[in-house]
Design a binder for this molecule. Sequence first.
Ligand code: PGA
Length: 243
Amino acid sequence: MRQVIAGNWKMNGKFSDITPFAAAVLEADLGADLIICPPFPLLQGFAAALPGAHGAIGGQDCHANGSGAHTGDVSAALLAEAGAKYVILGHSERRADHGETNADVAAKVLAALSAGLIPIVCVGETESERDAGEAEHVVRTQLTHSLPSSFAGLVAYEPVWAIGTGRTPSEADVTAMHARIRAVLVAQFPASGASTPILYGGSFKPGNAASLLSLPEVGGALVGGASLNAADFLAIAASAPRG
Ligand code: PGA
């Protein structure tokens, strides 16, 4: 299965970035599937600049409701209409900055699925949770409560302490957590859990991409800071094993 390399631009980027970034993506010959998740106002421009075969577009969040009095929020249906195929849900920055609970994330996943979007659901422990030996328990709880009973999408394991810090878990720790996530998914979704892609995220760089992407049960990358630079993002994607 081809790996998925998703770029999470967070609250970065400008309209003038779309054309040069898309041009670099269009020139690349990659063995991985690319997803660009820019801020909402850039979605339509990216969707127009990147024909589907070269890269899909994703949102960074959606509301659980289809419409209504929710100032500042965006519905899954509108993301889809803007050209998004994917949506990141439950990112640790949403959980921390906006108090999103696992139940909130599960409701958003359902909204995304019913709008035809493919959710990328993020889980991951904080540093204190890891130090306390609770990392696997925290991630298991997030999975069992953030994924609705019927789920089709991707999971991203992003240890909170590795996001934007330049620090990554050891290869053994990534391997162990991805194996644990796989076991939880298979138990929770007997029909599909074995094939749900599990991305790793947290301080991906061109220099560590080949080793992280070659680990068992790592199905791709969710890249933050390094995805803002087309050369770095494409170098990470070029490191994905061709499968
Ligand atoms: P980072 O962010 O690559 O900048 O660490 C990853 C993420 O938050 O998705």
